[in-house]
Design a binder for this molecule. Structure first.
Ligand SMILES: [Zn+2]
Ligand SMILES: [Zn+2]
Length: 244
């Protein structure tokens, strides 16, 4: 399986990442990717950007070094009602909205409460992708999440960083999500969650997990530009349709 896009990357604006838009795009071009999404952490992350950062990303060209650059966010789920840390006006301007639970921004509680938070955020009409759902810090009812992802047409991420440098102990949970995604036909993306440009486009561990579970290429959004565009444009409420 070939991956032509990395839809989860961070820049210096996240506060604890160390490369710029230009460096990320350059790394994507060097790896032969056709598309990259810049998805800095939402404003609730300590050291994260001000909301203006997201609104003004439109000044960044759509193509850098021949790579299509999507402007996005990795928004924080900040309560059990699935509230995100960026308002609808700014979310509407973005090309891609990732959402996830983070221990410094999201309340950590029982399986029931964590699952509720994740289910609620999937109903948010601006959310495209749930990131690292297999994070062991937030145990959830994986079957409920995967069924809801199919119902609400949300993609679930297999996060390569969770299998390498972050969120220790994620692998069995990520594998469970991959198996359930296969069983229910949920959409999957692989993300590197790069906090430094050299990680961009390296999906080695996430790819190995996909191979173990036998997920079909048709389920994996970032193996095809058309699949990505179809997913991002499935919602008609975007201010601008996403084009390649
Ligand atoms: Zn994250
Ligand atoms: Zn991230």
């Amino acid at each position: 399986m070939q991956f032509i896009a990395d839809l989860h990357t961070h820049t210096v604006s996240s506060g604890h990442a160390y490369s710029t838009f230009l460096e990320n795009a350059r790394a994507a071009a060097d790896k032969g990717l056709l598309m990259i999404a810049i998805t800095d952490h939402g404003p609730a992350m300590p050291g994260g950007p001000h909301p203006y950062h997201f609104g003004n990303q439109r000044v960044v060209p759509d193509y850098l070094f021949g790579v299509r650059v999507l402007k996005g966010i990795e928004a924080n789920v900040i309560d059990y009602k699935g509230t995100l840390d960026l308002g609808e006006k700014q979310l509407a301007r973005l090309d891609v909205v990732l959402a996830g639970l983070h221990n410094v921004c999201s309340p950590v509680d029982s399986v029931e409460k964590n699952t509720m938070a994740m289910l609620e955020v999937m109903k948010n009409p601006w959310v495209d992708i749930i990131v690292h759902p297999g994070n062991p810090e937030f145990p959830v009812d994986a079957e409920k999440i995967v069924r809801a992802a199919v119902e609400y047409d949300i993609a679930l991420e297999i996060n390569n960083s969770s299998l390498t440098v972050s969120r220790q102990g994620s692998r069995p949970y990520c594998k469970k999500f991959a198996e359930l995604a296969k069983a229910y036909g949920a959409k999957i993306i692989l993300g590197t969650d790069s906090h430094f440009a050299s990680y961009i486009g390296d999906f080695t561990q996430a790819h190995a997990l996909l191979n173990e579970t036998g997920i079909k290429q048709e389920q994996v959004l970032n193996s095809s530009i058309d699949r990505i565009l179809m997913h991002l444009n499935r919602r008609k409420n975007r201010l601008h349709p996403v084009a390649f």
